[in-house]
Design a protein around this ligand. Structure first.
Ligand code: SF4
Length: 191
């Protein structure tokens, strides 16, 4: 997996002070995308074991509330195994830190992955649609949704542009403890 951007402390994407990781590679090619350079899976620098160590160290800092993962798209099949491997380590070592994830995939597609739901806290889903462009706090077009991944309830954002996302969905609650040390991803080589 390649990384197109990184910050050890941002206040922009998610609540509190956060590590911010932008992965490379997105096959959706939304018209008007603000990060076209990150469509290329080979753009940026390699996410090496050393890079992963740095992420884990940065997250461990007292001021850090968690990690935000953006792209590109972290849920591309080329990226997902590495993302899950990182998130398993984060949730194992720092269960109190939150994980926010941005994807262009639809919510109906994202919720199929129960392990992903267990490893994340808040997900922004949906492709960018230029004609629905808006100034959402954490999203760019009004078709997109932000929701708590454990319950699939809408993220309680005060941002008025998020009102479209008020849809409460009751689903099976995923218990992360039941997934501990268990890799459910066939493409992932090791935990
Ligand atoms: S999903 Fe995001 S990164 Fe991918 S093309 Fe759309 S706006 Fe760009």
């Amino acid at each position: 997996m390649k990384v197109s951007g990184y910050s050890n402390c941002t206040l922009a994407n998610g609540e509190g002070a956060r590590v911010e990781l932008y992965v490379s590679g997105c096959s959706l090619h939304c018209k008007g995308c603000f990060s076209k350079e990150a469509w290329d899976f080979n753009y940026g620098v390699e996410f090496t074991p050393e890079f992963e160590e740095k992420v884990l160290k940065d997250i461990s800092e007292k001021y850090c509330d968690g990690i935000s993962i953006l792209g590109g798209d972290p849920l591309e099949k080329e990226n997902l195994p590495t993302i899950k491997k990182l998130l398993r380590k984060i949730k194992e070592k720092y269960p109190e830190k939150t994980v926010w994830l941005w994807t262009g995939r639809k919510k109906s597609e994202v919720i199929q992955d129960k392990e992903l739901l267990a490893l994340t806290d808040v997900i922004k889903s949906g492709a960018f649609v230029e004609k629905l462009k808006c100034n959402g706090k954490y999203f760019g077009s009004s078709n997109q949704e932000i929701w708590y991944s454990k319950t699939l309830a809408p993220y309680e954002d005060k941002d008025k542009f998020n009102e479209h996302a008020i849809k409460t969905v009751v689903v099976e609650k995923v218990e992360r403890s039941s997934l501990k040390n268990e890799c459910l991803d066939d493409q992932c080589c090791s935990a």
